[in-house]
Design a protein around this ligand. Structure first.
Ligand code: ADP
Length: 226
């Protein structure tokens, strides 16, 4: 097995030293292997987003190390962190955050263009990804012309666009009705398994969590196995 992501003794406090200091994470350590899908379960406010943002190099930890593909990422310069995030990490959130004025296809093309991929290649990859999640007939639709489940599947394709090693999903089906949630989750899992991607999926839903390889929860800012 090869490790794609490691958190080592990560702590996070907001407003450190101030009277309103909030200690969100305490000494969180995690090793994520290639191809492994891990559920992160905890109630709202427990620190799931904070942990995913630190793992995804969007936020800095107060203490500890973040290692992406064997590389010390927490101490890397900004441009290196940006490159690691763009090339190795895909994000999907509870709300799709698609660009409303662009089609599904263009939303999946854009991150590839930012990574320097030629337009024709990026377009072909977008089409292939969208077809693989059952959206071949919605390629030229804008987000407002798609259902909630379809929007999330496009957001998932966008996260996969640059073939990341790590998918970080923050309650990706939390805003969907149970039937739609199942369809989106299934599409996501098929593609994750097919590509050998590693994923951390924050969820409140124990049935979805039970379908992952391993379950973790945050209790008082500490990470525990379930
Ligand atoms: P979850 O994703 O589990 O709902 P979050 O990681 O969003 O939890 O938040 C964890 C805690 O950290 C919450 O109590 C939240 O209010 C607090 N928090 C998050 N971001 C900030 C911030 N920028 N400044 C101060 N407190 C924050």
């Amino acid at each position: 097995m090869s490790e794609v992501l490691r958190l080592d003794g990560v702590s996070k406090a907001y407003n450190q030293g101030a009277p309103n200091e909030v200690q969100v994470l305490h000494d969180v350590s995690l090793s994520l292997q290639a191809g492994e899908v891990v559920a992160l379960e905890a109630p709202s406010g427990a620190g799931k987003s904070t942990m995913l943002h630190i793992a995804g190099l969007l936020e800095s930890a107060s203490e500890g190390r973040v290692i992406v593909g064997g590389e010390e990422a927490h101490s890397a310069r900004d441009h290196r962190r940006t490159a690691l995030r763009r090339d190795r990490i895909g994000f999907i959130y509870q709300f799709h955050h698609l660009l409303p004025e662009f089609t599904a296809r263009d939303n999946v093309i854009l991150p590839q263009r930012a990574a320097g991929v030629a337009l024709g290649v990026a377009g072909a990859r977008a089409d292939e990804l969208l077809k693989s999640v059952g959206l071949g007939h919605r390629i030229n639709h804008r987000p407002a012309e798609l259902s909630g489940g379809e929007q999330q599947r496009v957001a998932f394709c966008r996260a996969m666009a640059n073939s990341p090693d790590i998918l970080l999903a923050d309650e990706p089906t939390g805003n969907l009705d149970p039937g739609t949630s199942d369809v989106v989750f299934e599409a996501m899992m098929v593609l994750v398994r097919d590509t050998g991607l590693a994923a951390i999926v924050a969820t409140h839903n124990p049935e979805l969590a039970a379908r992952m390889d391993r379950r973790l929860r945050l209790v008082d800012g500490r990470l525990e196995a379930i």
